[in-house]
Design a protein around this ligand. Sequence first.
Ligand SMILES: NC(=O)c1ccc[n+]([C@@H]2O[C@H](COP(=O)([O-])OP(=O)(O)OC[C@H]3O[C@@H](n4cnc5c(N)ncnc54)[C@H](O)[C@@H]3O)[C@@H](O)[C@H]2O)c1
Length: 403
Amino acid sequence: MSDLQAPRNELRIAMVGAGTMAGAHSLALRNLRHLYPGLALHPRLVAVADINRTLAGGLAERFGYERVVTDAQAVIEADDVDLVVACLPPALNRDVVLAAAAAGKHVVSEKPLGVSAEDAVAMLRACRAAGVFHGLAAGYRWSPAVRAMAGIIQDGELGAIRSMRASFMLDYAADPDVPLLWRFRKSMAGGGIAIDTGYHLVDLARYLVGEIAHVQALSATFIAERALPSADAVGNRGGVSAAPAARQTGPVDVEDAAAALLGFSGGAYGVLETSRIAIGKRLSLQIEVYGDRGSADWDLERPDEFRVCLPGDPSTFGFRRVLVNPAHPGAAELLIGGTDGTSIGWLGQECAMWAEFLGAIAEGRPGTADFTDGVRDSAVIDALYASAATGTRTRVTLPADLG
Ligand SMILES: NC(=O)c1ccc[n+]([C@@H]2O[C@H](COP(=O)([O-])OP(=O)(O)OC[C@H]3O[C@@H](n4cnc5c(N)ncnc54)[C@H](O)[C@@H]3O)[C@@H](O)[C@H]2O)c1
């Protein structure tokens, strides 16, 4: 065995990007060995690549990456890397994924998968042709509470699903001093808040209720001009540098808020809303699902519980709060000592996602969310933008070879 071959139980990872989500993934990956000692593959953090060497160096120091580079291609092609994580602004993730697939590397991409369904299809096809694992980091699918809700829906406990409502509301963009980050530029983000947090809503709607056939949407921009950011601005408020943003400004060419009506292929309808100018909503994600027998809902501000309303005694009829417990899929490993009430939260769902991806790679099977989901999610977002632009109901169109 050469030096460049990993021990059989190790998966050597290169992180491309060193911003907010690269930190979240690294934190989860660092915890996996302790939370899931039985995993067939354990992650080894080999390299981090970012144009900002200081940021990449900081990530390496915090999480123990073995080397830091500014040229992503150098780590994508390196013999000691098995899996590449694409964690850059959306427009840049496509090239990372295509290069990784060409080099025969497994890949996990942040959402959105590229900036359009066309991008997403190219990424899916490249991974299929190379025969590599492709995971979509649609993290909320791994919340044990959301998984439990999905199980209840699949088991038919709510009956036939008639409707769903979901919202993802934030407020960082209500501050006019937040600079013109990549998130406010179509060329880098592919769109505004719809392709960003709206993507999660679409993915969860598909996960919980089913495929989406058509969309009727509208979008709005409230702050049309922002100061140019400093070179090292990251996150959604432009943190890192203490240097003031340049006085020079540039146009915001994407939406701050969007709302959509969905028609599901199965006959249900959905109502989605997402905004980054909803003052007081720091990171508020809520989902409600209504069937002909019962209902269920989840609120990210209370991530370890969900509510159900099922038929029962009229004197006690109503919503019942269910705390995530070890009987729920994916929960036991994340509850301290397997004890209900010890909290799982956002980091827990991230750990569960990575544990499942590593298990899937070891077993040669797809993960719970892959690039096929990315193509489907992106196609809905494309339809949402087309509908918002034309004011008409728009069908979701998919490439023929998706199945
Ligand atoms: N799954 C989630 O819940 C979630 C949450 C936030 C962001 N995201 C996604 O993760 C990805 C990264 O987002 P983030 O929040 O970590 O971003 P961020 O702004 O915090 O970090 C972006 C990183 O990309 C690097 N970069 C490389 N080339 C760049 C360029 N030309 N311009 C700007 N930055 C460049 C920056 O140096 C930085 O390290 C995006 O696809 C985003 O949609 C997902």
